[in-house]
Design a protein around this ligand. Structure first.
Ligand SMILES: [Zn+2]
Ligand SMILES: [Zn+2]
Length: 243
């Protein structure tokens, strides 16, 4: 059995009345959507590895659950078009959204407004081929930040520092090592070492290094894990954190 898991990107935030998901990679198929909660999905972008799990969650397809999909990268109409295209025609055996009356699409600014009484959701433009947005969710005393996928450059530093300031948990795209990144410029991902450098001057709680390179073995990840500074850890499939 794999220690860190091989599923693609999907993070969940649980609240008493809400379940919030960031991307629906293959990890999404294992998520339990609760019918007594409002379910929100925020997409960073629409690369295959961030949407592929959407159709395979049995709760999403059940009429009792109510799910709202939103993204700072596309308005509700385009979001609907993009996902519907991917889950139909040449790519999928049926038209997934044809009969999904319990799933709605919402413009990001409208979603932000509708949630204002409960928590604040903000978005930040990231550097990634085709575009990508990171998100933060803030309650009165907690802050969570999701930053996938992003090819970090020092020009982002100031804005990104403000965005993550005082976050309790930050998800960082650390797909590559510093060495690997030398030949992977333009692929849209950062290194683990860039994350360590960046957070050395920022006041944050736990940093989760995520989006591990698909070829990375458990043994390699164990080795990396041992070398991480205090406050850093590697994302693991099914890992639950208390906030
Ligand atoms: Zn991507
Ligand atoms: Zn990705």
């Amino acid at each position: 059995m794999q220690k860190y898991g091989g599923n693609t990107t999907c993070f969940e935030l649980q609240f008493d009345k809400f379940q919030i998901f960031f991307d629906t990679g293959s990890g999404f198929q294992n998520a339990s959507l609760e019918s007594n909660k409002e379910i929100l999905i925020f997409f960073s972008h629409f690369h295959h590895d961030h949407i592929q799990g959407l159709a395979f969650n049995k709760y999403l397809l059940a009429s009792e659950t109510k799910t709202c999909i939103s993204s700072a990268l596309a308005n509700s109409e385009n979001l609907n078009k993009i996902l519907r295209y991917y889950f139909s025609g040449d790519y999928f055996p049926l038209d997934l959204f044809e009969n999904l009356g319990n799933v709605t699409f919402s413009d990001f600014t409208a979603t932000q407004k509708s949630l204002r009484d409960h928590f604040r959701v903000e978005a930040i433009k990231l550097a990634h081929p085709g575009g990508s947005f990171g998100y933060s969710v803030m309650t009165d005393n907690k802050k969570f930040v999701f930053l996938c996928d992003n090819e970090f450059t020092t020009s982002q530093s100031e804005e990104l520092k403000k965005f993550v300031e005082k976050a309790d948990v930050v998800i960082w795209d650390g797909m590559f090592t510093k060495e690997e990144l030398r030949t992977k410029a333009g692929w849209g991902h950062s290194s683990i070492e860039q994350g360590i450098d960046f957070f050395s001057t920022v006041n944050c709680g736990q940093i989760i290094i995520s989006h591990h390179a698909p070829y990375r073995t458990d043994a390699e990840l164990d080795k990396i894990n041992q070398s991480l500074p205090y406050g850093f850890q590697l994302a693991k499939d099914g890992h639950v954190l208390g906030l």
